[in-house]
Design a protein around this ligand. Structure first.
Ligand code: GUN
Length: 283
């Protein structure tokens, strides 16, 4: 392997220690940062994700509550819970785990969360703030990717990035964050005819599609920085990303592993956002 690893676990450990310190400082002022995690239904992957989020909160000195509801919960009932959490002074951040059951409209639920508590950064107010460069919560996964780039001291200004994927959660906000750092950004997606022609031009590639081996060694310019947001299973059931790690790590300059790359950073940035929400509430 020629690429250097960007270790999301090591960076998370450092950032979470800072979170714990800042949480202590807030506690000294009588405020314990609090996150409410709401899970509807029994999606097995979601159950693992929310458990990890709650555990990370506890370890970081944040208060967290996990509200679990069965899949039959009505949208009206969920909206009532959101309203109660919006009004709860012990709760500074609200996260509704996605996906929601099909009878519930996710966007309606997200818009019901107070923008001041939108630690996922999915509310239109948060998305609009990111788009216009105003302060607001940034979605955790692309925010974590930006911190990873910062951690290697990578100079982004004037570089060319290719983001593969156009979701509201990763691809679009990722592109906006890179743009804010004077990067020339190309967004590619499932209907892009010749993905390789784009990725071969890129100094930075972010793969966020949710499909194995979307990016292979022949698609990467030597020395490029490759961030792998994918969370897939290989034929043996082992966790793997969107990038063909074995091949691409022979060509890239830097690469994030899966597991141990972007994944832990997503949770870390959730803690950072929750702390930021609590600090803002403290004035
Ligand atoms: N489902 C998959 N990723 C996420 C996330 O970052 N936040 C929420 N709320 N749900 C998700």
């Amino acid at each position: 392997m020629t690429a250097q690893l960007i270790d999301g676990n090591a960076l998370s450990t450092r950032l979470r220690a800072e979170v714990a310190q800042r949480a202590l400082a807030l506690k000294a002022r009588g405020i314990t940062p609090g996150l409410a995690v709401v899970l509807v239904g029994d999606n097995p992957a979601s159950q693992v994700y929310v458990r990890n989020k709650v555990k990370a909160c506890e370890a970081g000195g944040l208060h967290s509550v996990l509200e679990k509801y069965d899949a039959q919960l009505s949208q009206a009932q969920l909206l009532q819970r959101i309203a109660a959490l919006n009004a709860d002074p012990a709760i500074h951040g609200i996260l509704v785990q996605l996906p929601l059951p099909p009878h519930i409209d996710a966007q309606t639920v997200i818009e019901a969360i107070s923008p001041a508590k939108d630690v996922d950064g999915f509310h239109v107010a948060s998305a609009g703030a990111l788009m216009t460069g105003l302060p607001g919560f940034w979605p955790c996964t692309p925010h974590g990717c930006m911190r990873m780039l910062e951690s290697i001291g990578y100079e982004l200004k004037g570089k060319h990035a290719v983001v593969i994927g156009r979701s509201n959660i990763v691809g679009k906000p990722m592109a906006l964050m890179l743009l804010q750092q004077d990067v020339t950004v190309t967004i590619c997606h499932s209907r892009t005819p010749d993905l390789k022609a784009h990725t071969l031009q890129a100094d930075v590639i972010v793969a966020a599609v949710g499909k194995r081996k979307v990016l292979t060694a022949d698609m990467v310019k030597p020395g490029a920085v490759v961030l792998d947001v994918g969370m897939n299973r290989d034929d043996e059931g082992k966790l793997c990303g969107d990038v063909d790690f074995a091949g691409v790590s022979q060509v890239a300059g830097y690469i994030t592993p899966v597991p141990g790359g972007v994944g832990p950073m997503t949770i870390t940035m959730l803690l950072v956002n929750t702390l930021q929400a609590a600090e803002a509430s403290a004035g």
